[in-house]
Design a protein around this ligand. Structure first.
Ligand SMILES: [Zn+2]
Length: 264
């Protein structure tokens, strides 16, 4: 009898462990606990214990991988990701680096592409604020040279549709890469077709499309991919949502800080 009881206990223990959904590659899965501690944020804002658990996935939009970065949502002051070097076969320049928490999915994507005969080279990855400032200034100067009648402010507004203003580029959080070529013709390549069919499996999304340009305010960029995690990427793909739309739809109006947009 005692033996039977302990058997039942062991069985119950095994069941409770299996039901937690914590298996799988920890570098790819979304884990709110890890995310909160990485950002040094308290883990109490999403307290659902006193309420019924809602249907559908719940995302933490303050997490490192779902952080929105765009023209009206700059990177928080002092945000510096922990970086890891992109492996030599895929890095197109010295010092190419990416958020360390997403480096494995990036390498897996590049390796699987290579195995399928698709050669992906990262030509832009993490950028410092100084680097982005230089990029932006060059673009503003080019715009002003092409049309000297423009004011500096007008030129900046045009430049910002192509090169993000310093502090508003996804490259500065280490979660975006540009592959192979920053030419529009990249969308006609086998590499683009492979990425379109496979990138969400690794947690990446094509960030700037023609269809969503009115929302993202950035020109179509077939070369620019953003890491958001597999679960979010799959939903965005299935529901044809850009990141802004995804957040709008899935961000439960609890203790979020969307009022920051009021600064616009
Ligand atoms: Zn880019």
């Amino acid at each position: 009898m005692k033996k039977l009881l302990s058997l039942i206990l062991v069985f119950a223990l095994v069941l409770s462990v299996c039901g937690c959904g914590s298996f799988g590659d920890p570098t790819i899965s979304v884990n709110e606990d890890d995310v909160s501690s990485e950002d040094g944020l308290p883990n109490s804002s999403n307290n659902t214990s006193s309420e019924e658990v809602e249907e559908g996935p719940i995302f933490d939009f303050n997490s490192w991988e779902l952080r929105l970065v765009n023209g009206s949502t700059p990177i928080p002051d002092g945000y510096v990701p922990e970086l890891a070097a992109i492996s030599a076969p895929y890095a197109g320049f010295n010092g190419a680096s990416f958020d360390a928490r997403a480096i494995d999915p990036l390498h897996a994507l590049c390796a699987d592409a290579k195995a399928a005969g698709i050669n992906l080279t990262v030509i832009s990855a993490y950028r410092t604020n100084d680097f982005q400032t230089g990029n932006f200034e060059r673009k503003v100067n080019n715009v002003m040279a092409a049309d000297p009648s423009l004011t500096r402010e007008e030129a900046e507004a045009i430049a910002a549709t192509v090169v993000a203003r310093p502090g508003t580029s996804e490259h500065q959080v280490g979660l975006a890469v540009d592959f192979n070529s920053v030419e529009d013709s990249f969308k006609n390549t086998d590499e683009y077709a492979w990425l379109a069919a496979n990138c969400t499996k690794y947690g990446f999304i094509l960030r700037y499309t023609e269809e969503k340009q009115d929302i993202t305010k950035i020109i179509p960029e077939p070369w620019h991919y953003r890491y958001v995690g597999v679960e979010a990427a799959k939903i965005m793909e299935e529901e044809n949502l850009c990141l802004e739309e995804f957040i709008e739809k899935y961000n439960k109006p609890t203790a979020d800080e969307t009022t920051a947009d009021a600064a616009q």
